[in-house]
Write a protein that binds this ligand. Structure first.
Ligand code: PMV
Length: 315
């Protein structure tokens, strides 16, 4: 028997970086998924296969997870814990297939974690989204100690969430907006960009705290615009958010160029995630999707994404 589950990636619509200092961020799940397929093996092994690499653990050997440095160890952990939970003596194989480009801030590792957790558990029992999320966050923290859980939450529940240090809140209105995601192809390191922003804050305490206030107001305003489906205002707010990100120096020349091309026809555009590379998002509808795509295709790889309202899916 095979157990198949999938979970979506995400973008940050508003509030990245400022969220680290207490401002709320708005995240949304996108219609690009990772699918995990699990099946029990007669051999006492855990095997994980994906396009970005494969890893194996012999359940009877003395080698343990500690000696594995690859990020894929996350999935070995998920599988081993689930086999233990259900007193299963057999091994397991997980195959991961992704529509989400990896390492560019679109939440691919959290989505993989949610999908793999649900898929392996699904060999024994179909667990609720809440239960899967709890396990997925626990597993993610094996690798990313300070993972906030925001990416996994939006992946498990789908739709939009507001996230702050106090926790995750589901936003329960629906909106049919479309985004164009364009990849700068500049490799970024979230941790390094976050620490650069901290330096900026330490050198400019007063300015930074004013910026946090402005960003909080912007996020409140964005929530209202989302509720009213007011794309024009939402786009303006995205562009304002981009200006804030530029002030804290997380944009790059390449990103500035993408923003310029995206802004020609879309309602607004901004970085999604840490910046210093990675992706931008631009807000569009029927009237400007083709024009914006044409402009962005001249300078980047890009694709259209919609909000995914389903989150974790068992197939
Ligand atoms: O690069 P991403 O999409 O994982 O986003 C990082 C978001 C930051 O606000 C920059 C950091 C954080 O931990 O919230």
């Amino acid at each position: 028997m095979k157990s198949v589950a999938s979970a979506p990636g995400k973008v940050i619509l508003f509030g990245e970086h400022f969220v680290v200092y207490g401002v709320r961020a708005i995240l949304c799940a996108i219609d690009k998924r990772i699918t995990a397929t699990s099946q029990l093996l007669d051999e006492r092994k855990i095997r994980v296969r994906s396009e970005i690499g494969s890893v194996e653990l012999d359940l009877d050997s003395s080698s343990n997870l500690g000696s594995i440095t690859s990020f894929m160890k996350l999935f070995l952990y998920i599988a081993r814990e689930t086999l233990k939970e259900f007193n299963e003596e057999k091994g397991v194989e997980i195959v991961l297939e992704s529509e989400i480009p990896a390492g560019i801030g679109l939440g691919s590792s959290s989505a993989a974690c949610v999908a793999a957790t649900a898929s392996v558990a699904g060999l024994f029992e179909k667990k609720s989204k809440e239960e899967i999320l709890k396990k997925a966050i626990e597993s993610e923290r094996i690798i990313f100690e300070d993972a906030s859980g925001a990416d996994s939450s939006v992946s498990a529940f789908g739709g939009l969430i507001a996230y702050s240090k106090d926790g995750v809140e589901k936003i329960d209105f629906k909106n049919n907006l479309s985004l164009i995601i364009a990849n700068s192809k500049q490799v970024h390191n979230t941790r390094e960009v976050v620490s650069r922003v901290r330096e900026f804050k330490n050198k400019n305490e007063k300015l930074f705290s004013e910026m946090c206030e402005q960003e909080s107001k912007l996020v409140e305003n964005a929530l209202l615009s989302l509720k009213r489906n007011d794309l024009r205002n939402l786009g303006l707010l995205m562009s304002k958010n981009q200006e804030m990100l530029e002030k804290i120096s997380v944009s790059t020349e390449k990103i500035d160029r993408l923003i310029e091309m995206a802004s020609k026809m879309s309602y607004g555009a901004k970085i999604t995630g840490a910046g210093g590379g990675g992706c931008i998002i631009s807000l569009v509808d029927q009237s400007n999707v083709v024009g914006t795509l044409e402009n962005l295709e001249k300078v980047s790889d890009c694709f259209v994404a919609k909000i995914d309202y389903e989150g974790l899916r068992y197939l």
